[in-house]
Design a protein around this ligand. Structure first.
Ligand SMILES: Cc1cc2nc3c(=O)[nH]c(=O)nc-3n(C[C@H](O)[C@H](O)[C@H](O)COP(=O)(O)O)c2cc1C
Length: 352
């Protein structure tokens, strides 16, 4: 059963984003500054749009923590949307405030707009955009920061880096590639890598499809907005190399099993094998762009240009930070499943 669980709520221009995390044992130190640093990382990166200049995300912890330590009770995290000041009427929960200001009916290809409107029966596509927006990933990064603090107690740390932006594969060329796209009114995607180090052997399990950690990680990363493919280790080239080239041979050094390669990316049989966990993913280009694509107006069923609203040109760096957070949640969950207890003390005893 899942141990580290969370739900999030909140609209992009609503009052706040909220998360409730269930299953964090008592006694873990929660450093608000660390959570805020992670939020800042999500907001940075070259190529972001105007929204990131308005919001300086800061977390407020409203339950589950006392005097800096977790109590074992549900932890509530809140991030206020600063921009709500400008959207109070438009995003009001009250019927008497109804307005059609900022409503729109032209679907943006690559977004949830069309299918969401059909599914939920909405005429105003803002009712879809507000929740499908990647703004919700801010609160997920805050949740991921809590997961990281759990893992940190056991020396497990994660990092990420951008591998490619559009056709640029060298860091030195990323900014120029983004500048070029911005000038042309188009957008870019890219490729990134997340690595977690110092994982114990045996997180996850081979015994059932829904306990395999590769599957759980793929779900966590694939469901980040705009992520279109996820691979573990050298999974992207697995189809074109031989078994001799792909598999990581084992050797004994000082009485310990060691590997000289890590093509498997730290997972074999759905379990951590003690090597670094390596996850790579591809993000599609941002769908909203100045040079709008052809689309359909849902109210008139006529062809038109897609709606444009302030938007990022490229957000791969942020996406990598979100992936780190999501993977941290999956790993914290597995760690608590394997070594679980009600307090940090009990888990430390179990993990040794
Ligand atoms: C960090 C981040 C920032 C994003 N910023 C934008 C944006 O400014 N404009 C936009 O149209 N899409 C943006 N997206 C992508 C959309 O949220 C995403 O493509 C859309 O919700 C549809 O989901 P799907 O691509 O997973 O199908 C962003 C995604 C991420 C991860």
């Amino acid at each position: 059963m899942q141990k580290f669980r969370f739900l999030t709520a909140g609209e992009s221009h609503g009052k706040a984003l909220t998360a409730i995390i269930e299953g964090v044992p008592a006694g873990f130190s929660i450093d608000e500054d660390f959570i805020n640093e992670e939020l800042k990382r999500r907001q940075s990166g070259y190529g972001r749009g105007g929204r990131m200049k308005i919001e300086t995300d800061r977390v407020e912890i409203t339950s589950g923590v006392r005097f800096g330590k977790t109590l074992g009770s549900p932890i509530t995290l809140v991030i206020k949307n600063k921009d709500f000041e400008n959207w109070q009427k438009i995003m009001s929960v009250y019927a008497e405030d109804f307005t059609d200001e900022k409503s729109f009916t032209t679907c943006r290809p690559g977004h949830a707009d069309m299918a969401g409107a059909v599914k939920y029966g909405h005429k105003d596509l803002r009712n879809i955009l507000e929740r499908s927006s990647a703004r919700q990933t801010a609160i997920e990064v805050a949740v991921g920061a809590v997961a990281k603090l759990i893992l940190k107690e056991f020396g497990i740390e994660g990092t990420s880096r951008v591998l490619q932006i559009g056709s640029a594969v060298n860091e030195a060329d990323f900014q120029a590639e983004i500048d070029r796209a911005k000038e042309e009114g188009i957008t870019l995607g890219g490729r990134f890598e997340v690595i977690f180090k110092n994982l114990p052997v045996g997180l996850g399990s081979f015994v059932h499809y829904d306990r395999k950690l590769d599957g759980k990680i793929a779900q966590m990363v694939m469901s980040i907005p705009a992520v279109k493919s996820v691979s573990i280790g050298d999974g992207e080239i697995a189809h074109k190399v031989s078994g001799r080239e792909f598999h990581d041979e084992m050797f004994i050094e000082n009485g310990k099993i060691v590997r000289k390669t890590n093509h498997a990316g730290g997972l074999e049989g759905g379990m951590t094998n003690g090597e670094d966990l390596v996850v790579r993913a591809n993000m599609k280009p941002i769908p909203t762009m100045r040079s709008s694509l052809n689309t359909v107006d849902l109210s008139t069923l006529t062809e038109t240009a897609a709606h444009f609203e302030r938007s990022d040109t490229c957000a791969v760096e942020a996406c990598a930070v979100i992936a780190e957070a999501r993977i941290a949640c999956a790993l914290a969950d597995e760690f608590l499943i394997k070594f679980g207890g009600d307090s940090l003390k009990e888990i430390k005893r179990n993990a040794h």
